[in-house]
Design a protein around this ligand. Structure first.
Ligand SMILES: Cc1cc2nc3c(=O)[nH]c(=O)nc-3n(C[C@H](O)[C@H](O)[C@H](O)COP(=O)(O)OP(=O)(O)OC[C@H]3O[C@@H](n4cnc5c(N)ncnc54)[C@H](O)[C@@H]3O)c2cc1C
Ligand code: FES
Length: 354
């Protein structure tokens, strides 16, 4: 990382510096990086909810850096330190850089935790589906569910082989600690081939009044969704998290020095983290761009509609989203939208970002 970007990280309230405190080898191609609590390093407090991700800045010779999102595999409710778990992607840049360079003391620039793959309620049994590195946000949700809630948790976890199972020891410990509340069912491709609809349907528990959280390749989540549908779960009880590399680099974004107030367009009132703002969103402009032009410190990461960091609640008016790769039916019904993709289509709009 350049001296300029370290200086920017120290002054930009969007950023954190995360210092690796421990490196744990999960499998031959996956590591967990445990970070020192940034709050105790005298920088901004690090708060997250189970299922959220951080965005890391990974040094890159040609592009200065690239940004990648990694879900927190730790639970804010029972782990002392935040942790992420990274699996090498064949031919991938950042995952291999992290796995090759992660040592105690390595310090990385990061954006604050974000994302909407967070259970809004904990009063129903949980059915969790994970494949490969998709276990990371699921692990955080699972640990919180067991530690501070009291419902049953069923985990269906697909991997190539027993050797590719991440968190195997932790899962064994948890099944022993919570024998009546946690059930882990492994699916090994080496033994049964790729997961199938019928195969998954057979191992899904019978109670339809559950909430389901899924993370893994799209094809796996499609099959798991279909199996949950056959088991009677309604679509708004099923939540998915997709992993992908983001193409933009939020670390290279510089906020405008002064607000560039715009007077034409749709009047918008926005409550952003407790502060009230009123401004105009010009025609054919997404709300995030209009807020940033006003100097409003609105959260974002990818600006591509894939990460959910810019999610807001629409409290009045209508918007149209250009792309939505992350919000599910349940979230849309609750009024959530993506600021980086939403163009107002009503006379006025009111939004809340919390
Ligand atoms: C919300 C979220 C949470 C995530 N959480 C995790 C997590 O907990 N753990 C985890 O391991 N990952 C996670 N990911 C995925 C992670 O962000 C990266 O996408 C992943 O590590 C791969 O990044 P990479 O830089 O190694 O691969 P990339 O360099 O982005 O490459 C990805 C793939 O594209 C191919 N490719 C690259 N460039 C080209 C090209 N020019 N032409 C053709 N093919 C190309 C590569 O060979 C590779 O197969 C998450 C993603 C998101 C959005
Ligand atoms: S910033 Fe990622 S979805 Fe909007």
């Amino acid at each position: 990382m350049t001296i300029e970007s370290i200086a920017a990280a120290e002054t930009d309230p969007r950023r954190l510096r995360l210092r690796v405190e421990n490196v744990i080898e999960e499998t031959s191609d996956a590591l967990t990086l445990v970070f020192a609590d940034p709050g105790t390093d005298g920088t901004t407090a690090f708060r997250y909810r189970p299922g959220q991700f951080v965005t890391l800045e990974i040094p890159h010779a040609q592009h200065t850096s690239v940004a990648r999102c990694y879900s927190l595999s730790s639970s804010p409710d029972c782990d002392e330190r935040p942790a992420i778990s990274v699996k090498r992607t064949t031919g991938g840049y950042a995952s291999n850089w992290l796995c090759d360079n992660a040592v105690v003391g390595l310090t990385l620039s990061a954006l604050h935790p974000a994302g909407t793959f967070v259970p809004p309620r904990w009063d129903k049994p949980l059915i969790l589906f994970a494949a490969g590195s998709g276990i990371t946000p699921i692990m955080s949700i699972l640990k919180t569910a067991l530690a501070i809630h009291n419902q049953r948790v069923e985990l269906i976890y697909a991997n190539r082989s027993p050797q590719s199972v991440m968190f195997a020891d932790t899962l064994n410990d948890l099944t022993q600690r919570y024998p009546t509340r946690l059930d882990v069912r492994h699916w090994f491709e080496s033994e049964r081939g790729l997961p199938t609809h019928t195969g998954l349907r057979e191992i899904i528990p019978s109670h339809a009044d559950s909430d389901a959280y899924l993370c893994g390749p799209a094809s796996f989540m499609d099959i798991a969704c279909a199996a949950l549908d056959s088991a009677g779960l309604p679509p708004d009880a099923i939540h998915r998290e997709a992993f992908a590399s983001i193409e933009t680099n939020p670390f290279l974004y510089t906020a405008p020095r002064a607000s560039t107030a715009m007077h034409g367009g749709t009047p918008v009132t926005a409550e952003v983290e407790g502060e009230d703002y009123s401004f105009f969103c010009p025609p054919d402009t997404v709300l995030l761009d209009a807020m940033l032009a006003q100097g409003i410190d609105a959260p974002f990461v990818c600006r591509e509609g894939t990460c959910g960091a810019c999610a807001f609640t629409l409290t009045a008016g209508e918007v149209e989203m250009r792309v939505n790769e992350t919000l599910d039916d349940y979230e849309i019904k609750k009024g959530m939208r993506l600021a980086c993709q939403s163009v107002p289509v009503s006379d006025s709009v009111a939004i809340v970002i919390d």
